[in-house]
Design a protein around this ligand. Structure first.
Ligand code: SAH
Length: 317
């Protein structure tokens, strides 16, 4: 751009990157779920999932390329942290998925829910995440308000406390995976830094800041023979009740992915676990897995480029 002053051009080329995500592959599940694997300008993988649903479709976006946390049941952990995504890269994933689902610039007929549950730990990229959410809500742009967005954390306590003080904010989900520090230390090593007592008191503080009909969510991945016994359900209910938490619990049967050494709990086991929670006054729901066949389900995002059926997305974009 020779019409710009030379000095400005020099500053721009030093400080600004003008680039878009490049689509590497697009996978479509038998259940209609789509997984997009993008590359950033510096060749980092970014994955996004579009989940069609009866009432309102959901887009699951990533906040980091890879992830620094080492949850033993999650495939993303195997990548390690490659880097934080910029607000632009967060927004771009959503724009791409929207355009692919509804047509370029076409408004989703029933709105869209966004979930920050893809690769990475959103609360370790808090500023860019919140900036992305501010951009997304712009009425002249995507106009998706924070009330339609849910962000999931493995338990970065200071950021939960910070979010509690923000009024126009996304919904909060917290991944528990275990009802005791002993087991959680093993499954989610971040627990050694912020153990359950600290995490749940931050959640209690967050609940105090909720509007009357708002609720936060806990996620609990169900690993056969590891965290799915009756005793674990009782411990979990007691733990939440002791902290006076009214959050609901989403039970997520483990999505398998080689080489992770876990199996999902059986349907009956998940149901019994749910009933025990309910009998102790804890609302619990079972999440239906989506897109397992294309490695698009929770914990399966690891930039894998094999999965069937495969479509190289020449026509998309
Ligand atoms: N780092 C954030 C965002 C990831 S959200 C977090 O931990 O919350 C992904 C959700 O899927 C988390 O609740 C996580 O516990 C769960 N999960 C991870 N691996 C999984 C797997 N293989 N099967 C089912 N759920 C999994």
């Amino acid at each position: 751009m020779t019409d710009l002053p030379k000095e400005l051009r020099a500053t721009l080329s030093e400080q600004v990157v003008v680039a878009t995500l490049k689509l590497e592959s697009r996978y479509v599940s038998t259940d209609g779920t789509r997984r997009y694997l993008f590359r950033t300008h510096d060749n980092r993988p970014v994955e996004t999932v579009f989940i069609p649903e009866e009432r309102r479709d959901t887009i699951c976006f990533s906040s980091q390329s890879g992830c620094p946390l080492q949850c033993t049941f999650c495939l993303t952990a195997q990548l390690g942290l490659l880097r934080n995504l910029t607000a632009g890269e967060i927004v771009e994933q959503i724009i791409f998925a929207l355009n692919d689902a509804y047509g370029v610039g076409v408004k989703p007929p029933r709105g869209t829910n966004l979930v920050g549950m893809g690769a990475g730990e959103p609360f370790l990229n808090f500023e860019e995440l919140m900036k992305g959410i501010r951009i997304i809500k712009e009425p002249r742009g995507l106009h998706i308000v924070p009330n339609r967005v849910t962000v999931s954390t493995a338990g970065i306590v200071p950021r939960i406390r910070e979010l509690a003080k923000i009024s126009d904010r996304p919904h909060l989900a917290v991944s528990l995976a275990a009802p005791t520090d002993e087991l959680r230390d093993e499954l989610m090593p971040i627990n050694k830094k912020w153990p359950l007592e600290e995490l749940l008191s931050a959640c209690r503080e967050f609940e105090r800041s909720l509007k009357p009909n708002e609720r936060m969510t806990f996620e609990y991945v169900m690993l056969a023979g590891v965290n799915d016994a009756d005793e674990h359900a009782r411990q979990l209910a007691n733990l939440l009740n002791r902290h006076d938490l009214s959050a609901k619990v989403n039970l997520i049967p483990h999505n398998q992915a080689e080489p992770l050494p876990y199996r999902p709990s059986s349907t009956e086991r998940v149901e019994t676990f749910r009933e025990i929670l309910e009998s102790k006054g804890v609302h619990a729901f079972v999440r239906r897995p989506r897109g397992r066949d294309i490695l698009a389900a929770c914990g399966q995002l690891a930039a894998r480029s094999q999965a069937l059926p495969l479509e190289i997305a020449k026509e998309v974009g």
